[in-house]
Write a protein that binds this ligand. Structure first.
Ligand code: C2O
Length: 547
């Protein structure tokens, strides 16, 4: 493969949206940030230079980072942050992945503005596994725009124990679109030619919302999620959680009755949370057919979208996702399981510290946890502690099952307090792992997009209610389950995932709703080296930032 070099200069840039201007962290002054274009098998080398006052790290979300955990990016997990005036070179190879991923900052809430697409083309000469050749490929990246500094919003929320303010708009390629105040000019337009095929690379980089996406009078064909091909299927609406990516084919076919009509593309949240705790506004972009020019007088066609809390739609949509599972693209699903885990995923509370007034439920602080443990960030990177045997940074007693068992989708227990700790699970190299992720109804049944670093896992089962270990495994799909890096744990339900722990290092797993990560819905896996040289974590690079 080739080597692709990039320089990411992180600088503040004034950007105006919704009639207000704010200085935001950007890469090379661009918002959204630059696109990384690579091929399967290529090496990617990115020098990140920090020219802002806050600490920076960049995560290459979904890139497997085989043996190169030092380049994964989450602050205090695989590296200490890059300080002001310093730089760090991320260096990794794309192995066994093709499709779309994203890069984003991975420290505090900096990813609110610091994000961009990663396009992974197939190896040179290898065609796409679908029968049409796209005329054009277009990234469509969803984000959230805040009129005030997102860092101040989360700092305030953590201080008061309340929920953070929601964003002021969703964006498509950085633009809010005509349904928001004074944003008609800030509308993404995709000019298309009738009869041609387009490959849209959808990326949800929003901080805190799952999204529905649809284009008026057009059917989409889903062909790839999280840089893994899927069996193509038609969808009028796509559901995409933060951290997920979806490649869809679009055939440009203008409205027969009114060929020059403007077709809107819309995205709006899928949320089962309390109304008012999320932004339920709609971002619009435009599919524009030639001849343009007299757009304003023509009808605007709007696609219908599911209701905000359409859990049944979410379950049906996820069930359609299947890996190709062909000889060229086999699904290497673990058939047996060496280590099996049951993790509850949900919100909780912490007592309000003395001398403070908290605004969470019943005067408590909001928190979030897996197995009743809310993860506390260390001050030394976990990967350094693992590699250099530094004691006292983390404990290896993360519980394999909840500390407190109850009816997860029924009435929550009286005591919703969680314990705090920096706890990990240690795995031997190449262990086959199964994790059942069970949503809880504490403070409301909510869907959680769980993201695992360092691996693509198979989603072998999903269901509503409480997981039943005596019945549910019989229904698992071990033939063509979808392979991905982020999965929506259904509201009032569960998913089961499997993977081989064939990547030595320390790998973060967390909810990709950033507020839940801030509240502690995160943990890490420590995967030990295997016996062979090619099964060992590479040594740290010389420029690895110090804490
Ligand atoms: Cu896209 Cu740990 O995150």
């Amino acid at each position: 493969g080739a080597t692709r070099y990039y320089t990411f200069n992180v600088t503040m840039q004034n950007v105006t949206r919704l009639c207000t201007t704010r200085a935001i962290p950007t890469v090379n002054g661009k918002f959204p940030g630059p696109k990384i274009v690579t091929r399967e098998g290529d090496r990617v080398v990115v020098k990140v230079v920090n020219n802002v006052k806050d600490n920076v790290t960049i995560h290459w979300h979904g890139v497997r980072q085989l043996r190169t955990g030092w380049s994964d990016g989450p602050a205090y997990v695989t590296q200490c942050p890059i300080r002001t005036g310093q730089s760090y070179v991320y260096n990794f190879t794309i192995t066994g992945q093709r499709g779309t991923l994203l890069w984003h900052a991975h420290v505090s809430w900096m990813r609110a503005t610091l994000y961009g697409p990663i396009v992974i083309l197939p190896k040179r000469g290898v065609p796409y596994p679908f029968p049409v050749k796209p005329y054009k490929e277009v990234p469509i990246i969803f984000g959230e725009w805040f009129k005030t500094d997102p860092e101040a919003i989360i700092a305030q929320a953590l201080k008061t124990g309340a929920g953070p303010n929601v964003s002021d708009a969703f964006t498509i390629n950085g633009l809010p679109g005509p349904l928001y105040n004074c944003s008609s000019k800030d509308t993404f337009k995709l000019k298309v030619q009738p009869g041609k095929w387009y490959l849209l690379r959808l990326i949800n980089a929003a901080l805190n919302e799952d999204l529905f996406f649809s284009i008026a009078n057009h059917t989409l064909t889903v062909v790839d999620v999280d840089a893994a091909y899927v069996k193509p299927f038609h969808a009028d609406v796509v559901l995409i959680t933060p951290g997920q990516t979806t490649n869809v084919l679009l055939r440009a076919e203008p409205d027969a009755g009114c060929p020059a009509a403007t077709h809107l593309m819309l995205a709006r949240p899928y949320s089962t949370g309390q109304p008012g705790t999320f932004d339920n506004t709609t971002v619009a972009a435009v599919l524009e057919y030639a001849p343009p020019g007299h757009i304003k007088s023509l009808p605007l066609l709007r696609p219908p979208l599911p209701t905000l809390n359409d859990t049944a739609f979410a379950a049906n949509y996820s069930a359609k996702l299947r890996s190709l599972a062909t000889p060229e693209y086999p699904a290497n699903v673990p058939r047996g399981v060496d280590r099996s885990f049951f993790f509850t995923v949900g919100l909780g509370t912490n007592p309000c510290p003395a001398n403070r007034t908290c605004q969470g439920p019943n005067g408590s602080m909001f928190t979030a946890s897996m197995n009743n443990v809310s993860f506390g960030m260390p001050t030394t990177a976990l990967l350094q502690a693992h590699y250099s045997n530094i004691a006292g940074v983390y404990a290896t007693d993360f519980p394999a099952a909840p500390l407190e068992a109850f009816n997860y989708t029924g009435t929550p227990p009286n005591n919703t307090h969680v314990s705090n700790g920096t706890k990990v699970v240690e795995l031997q190299y190449n262990t086959s792992v199964e994790v059942v992720l069970q949503g809880t109804s504490i403070l409301g049944a909510e869907s959680h997009p769980l993201h695992l670093h360092g691996f693509d896992f198979f989603v072998v089962g999903q269901g509503f209610g409480n997981y039943d270990s005596s019945k549910d495994p019989a229904k698992f799909n071990l033939v063509d389950p979808v392979q991905r890096n982020t999965v929506g744990v259904p509201a009032a339900g569960w998913v089961a995932i499997r993977f081989f722990a064939d990547n030595p290092g320390v790998w973060f797993m967390h909810c990709h709703l950033e507020v839940h990560t801030s509240w502690g819905l995160k943990m890490a896996w420590v995967v030990n080296d295997g016996p062979l040289p090619e099964q060992k974590l590479m040594p740290p690079p010389a420029d690895l930032p110090k804490c």
